[in-house]
Write a protein that binds this ligand. Structure first.
Ligand code: NDP
Length: 391
């Protein structure tokens, strides 16, 4: 397939450059520096890290979303020739400069508008920011088609499925199975879950990730969001999407075809593998990750998810079935509930309960454009905040 790209030197924007995925991406870029021209690097408030990365990678523009940090960013980059900007509008403008590849790695629905701006430029969008696709669903996939953009999944499960599908006919797919580590509380009782602390929730056994996705992994909302993400990326029908718990996080997902063949993608629990797959696509690139040593790992195990203790996957499946605005409501309510849990305002087990309560009370009509989604997201956040503040 030809994208008309020069695969020897390409331009790249990293939205969310200071985060876990952003750092892993730039680690790979650092190792193949000559092959990349950096257009934009962005962050929210971590101005020191952004300035450091900008000095190293020399982007055209560095954007700090929180406007209070612009003077500090300007001072830090004075004399470098790197443009500086701040605020949500500047994030969108930076994404709209266009790049051969845009790595969308902002956390939460905050990444939606910049990702849509990048999509409108028609390049490759390497998507880590699952909340954007969950919230925007068909509005985003329609924009991808309209603007001739290419959406490559960076989420390890979806990247695995993308690799296992390798252009196959979706009509030949019997099942797509998303694997889930089960998170740090996989074997905890309900009583123990109710007392789980933020520090315990962010301590993931296999992956090193940002705080929000770590909590999502502990509640299993991460897998619920991924189910909705998969529903949009690989439209085989919700009844063909399954989740299985695989504590070792070595098999990143699987596709079973109608002839009985199952293809799985395996690899270490290191985001640099799926990021490299998206950055180099349709080729391959080196990563510094250790080779997979299955003899040392010894055992790969699988089990059914427990939706009694972890209702998030059931709630997300129902939201995906309802479609329209409902996944955006789910996502917004979850973002607020996770922030409230991390702030010590609500208990771990209240996260799913609050999400379910917001979904039960708020069912707006389907969105038709970005501004509809942002309105729905905003209203769902207000309702979720009222619940968490009253908790
Ligand atoms: P982090 O919290 O580590 O990083 C988030 C990035 O987004 C940071 O650069 C942060 O800036 C920026 N950011 C946060 N809030 C805003 C905002 N309101 N406006 C603009 N920028 C903002 O998250 P992760 O890297 O863990 O995750 C990023 C995305 O990738 C998420 O959607 C997550 O679900 C997905 N993902 C992550 C994986 C992982 O292994 N970490 C795996 C698969 C998917 P600052 O540093 O200044 O706060």
């Amino acid at each position: 397939m030809s994208l008309g790209l020069n695969l020897d030197r390409r331009s790249l924007s990293v939205l969310g450059a200071t985060g876990s995925v952003g750092s892993s991406t730039l680690d790979l870029v650092r190792r193949s520096r000559d092959q990349w021209h950096i257009v934009a690097l962005t962050a929210h408030a971590n101005v020191d890290a952004l300035a450091r990365l900008a000095r190293e990678f020399q982007p055209e523009v560095a954007v700090i979303a929180d406007e209070r940090y612009l003077p500090q960013l300007r001072d830090a980059l004075a004399g470098t020739g790197i443009e500086t900007a701040s605020g949500p509008g500047a994030l969108i403008e930076a994404a709209a400069r266009g790049a051969d590849v845009t790595l969308a790695a902002i956390v939460g629905c905050a990444g939606l508008a910049p990702t849509m701006a990048a999509i409108e430029q028609g390049g490759v969008i390497a998507l880590a920011n699952k909340e954007a696709l969950v919230s925007a669903g068909q509005v985003m996939t329609a924009a991808v088609h309209r603007h001739g953009a290419t959406l490559l999944p960076v989420d390890s499960e979806h990247n695995a499925i993308f690799q296992c599908l390798a252009g196959s006919d979706l009509a030949d797919v019997r099942w797509i199975t998303l694997t889930a580590s089960g998170g740090p509380f996989r074997d905890w009782s309900w009583e123990r879950l109710a007392a789980a602390t933020p520090a315990e929730a962010v301590r993931h056994p296999n992956w090193s990730m940002g705080a929000k996705i770590s909590v999502d992994s502990a509640t299993m909302f991460n897998k619920g969001l991924e189910l909705i993400e998969a529903h949009h990326l690989f439209p085989v029908g919700l009844d063909k999407l399954r989740i299985i718990v695989h504590p070792q996080s070595i098999v990143h997902s699987m596709v079973e075809y109608r002839d009985g063949s199952t293809l799985a993608q395996l690899g270490p629990s290191d985001m640099r593998v799926p990021i490299a797959s998206a950055l180099a696509w349709p080729r391959r690139m080196d990563t510094p990750c250790d080779p997979l040593d299955l003899a040392t790992i010894g055992e790969l195990t699988f089990r059914q998810p427990d939706e009694e203790r972890f209702p998030a996957t059931r709630i997300a499946r129902e939201a995906a079935q309802a479609g329209g605005a409902i996944p955006a409501v789910l996502n917004a309510a979850n973002e607020i509930a996770v922030a409230a849990f991390l702030d010590g305002q609500i208990a771990f087990t209240q996260i799913a309960a609050h999400v379910a309560d917001v979904l039960a009370a708020y069912a707006p009509p389907p969105p038709t454009c970005l501004s509809d989604i942002l309105d729905i997201d905003g209203e769902a956040r207000i309702r979720a905040r009222l619940l968490t503040e009253g908790a």
